[in-house]
Design a protein around this ligand. Structure first.
Ligand SMILES: Cc1ncc(COP(=O)(O)O)c(C=O)c1O
Length: 409
């Protein structure tokens, strides 16, 4: 089976992990800090905090944003359940807004209409690696005082163009707040947080780079940075300048304080070393993903059976996914087409069942029909294999199987 995505581990990755296994620290050693620092250099953000998964990173970002009981968190339903679950963990209510019918990304007008006095944060998802219109979202969020948390679990290595988007002329952060940019001209890396408060990444093996399980939050704000760090380690601080208790006798160098109900969401040094080694190859991996997308685009252009994923002028997708959308005629046969492709050895997948259609959400009162474009997107969408380990021959095999299955469909 040709998987829809998978990790690419090379000899130097194995050596990086082995080195940590021979060292003194398997966790809470120097590898974590090195990887965090490399992530800030890559994205241009000031701070990075590693977590044990993208889900833990999302949870922490919502905590740092101050999301709590009674708050609403606006997001889109074409995502993995972890995105909106983060609001639920903190007692808040996810509010789903509809998506653009072609990119599957949050619709900016829909977002604007969903804002209420209870809205606390907006969590746009860069679906499939294609950036959302960050400036558009940032402008609307700023007008209503919402925290912007990018769910960029699909979009490490993607870029966003700060001119030419539909952002309606929103100003970026002041010069004093501006992060260091690595990309030149008007393109910024997703993760720079130039138009958001925090950005969340995942390092699951199907993502661009992997640590086995793992994630990170990027931010330019020191207050969020502090909260993220404390949340990762049980809500405990060892920094004397932050201690709250005045009369604490007896105490000494062992002393620490717990200030919040945090978790053990740390990543090990073994994983961080793998991440650091993988990050060095990220640009190569993204380039290969873009080459494969181009090969698909050339093979499938103007075909009547399905639409290929678009790329907006403000977006350079890092192609976590290659989501095709079946035509009106074929969408009714999606289930048969999916099974035939799997049977032929093409490891297709569907991204995603709109989150609010899951029983857990329905039992909370969410009903079908909330986001019609998302439901239609789901009915049409199939993700075909795309990952950095695919050679051209494998790509051409997928093209052949797809043509065959769809022509019979
Ligand atoms: C959009 C999105 N958000 C969050 C997550 C959660 O990341 P992780 O699996 O690292 O916990 C995923 C993982 O698939 C995802 O696709």
């Amino acid at each position: 089976m040709i998987p829809y995505s998978r990790q690419l581990i090379e000899q130097d990755d194995i050596e990086a992990v082995t080195q940590v296994l021979r060292s003194d620290f398997l966790t809470q050693g120097p590898a974590g800090e090195s990887f965090e620092s490399a992530l800030t250099s890559y994205t241009g953000a000031r701070y990075a905090v590693l977590f044990s998964s993208g889900t833990a990173a999302l949870h922490a970002a919502h905590f740092a944003a101050g999301v709590g009981k009674g708050d609403e968190v606006i997001t889109s339903p074409i995502t993995f359940a972890a995105t909106s679950n983060a609001a639920l963990y903190l007692g808040a209510t996810p509010v789903f807004v509809d998506v653009e019918s072609d990119t599957g990304n949050m619709d900016v007008e829909g977002f604007e209409q969903a804002i209420t006095p209870r809205s606390k944060a907006v969590v746009p998802v860069h679906y499939g690696g294609h950036p959302v219109d960050l400036k558009g979202i940032s402008l609307v969020a700023k007008e209503s005082g919402l925290v912007v948390i990018e769910d960029a679990c699909h979009a490490l290595g993607a870029e966003y163009r700060t001119t030419g988007s539909r952002g309606r002329g929103v100003e970026g952060p002041s010069e004093a707040q501006r992060p260091r940019l690595e990309t030149g001209d008007d393109w910024i890396k997703i993760g720079s947080c130039e138009y958001s408060d925090m950005t969340v990444f995942s390092f699951h093996p199907v993502k661009h780079i992997t640590t086995g399980e793992g994630g990170a939050v990027l931010t330019n704000r020191s207050d969020y940075y502090e909260k993220l760090r404390i949340f990762r380690t049980h809500g405990i601080t060892k920094d004397p300048s932050k201690f709250r208790l005045q009369n604490r006798e007896p105490d000494g160098d062992w002393y620490y304080e717990m200030h919040a109900l945090g978790f053990n969401y740390r990543i090990s040094d073994i994983q961080a070393a793998l991440g650091m080694s993988q990050l060095r190859k990220l640009d190569r991996f993204v380039s290969r993903r873009r080459e494969i997308a181009e090969r698909y685009e050339t093979a499938f252009t103007s075909n009547p059976l399905f639409a290929t994923p678009p790329e907006r002028s403000y977006a350079k997708s890092s192609y976590h996914l290659y989501p095709i959308r079946l035509s009106d005629k074929l969408r009714r046969n999606k289930s048969e087409i999916f099974s035939a492709l799997r049977k032929a050895g093409t490891g297709v997948q569907v991204h995603y069942i709109p989150v609010y259609l899951h029983p857990y959400y329905r039992e909370m009162g969410y009903k079908p029909g909330i986001c019609p474009a998302a439901e239609e997107f789901y009915q049409r969408e199939i993700s075909i294999p795309l990952h950095q380990g695919m050679d051209n021959e494998t790509v051409d095999t997928v093209i052949k199987f797809l043509r065959r299955s769809l022509n019979n469909g």
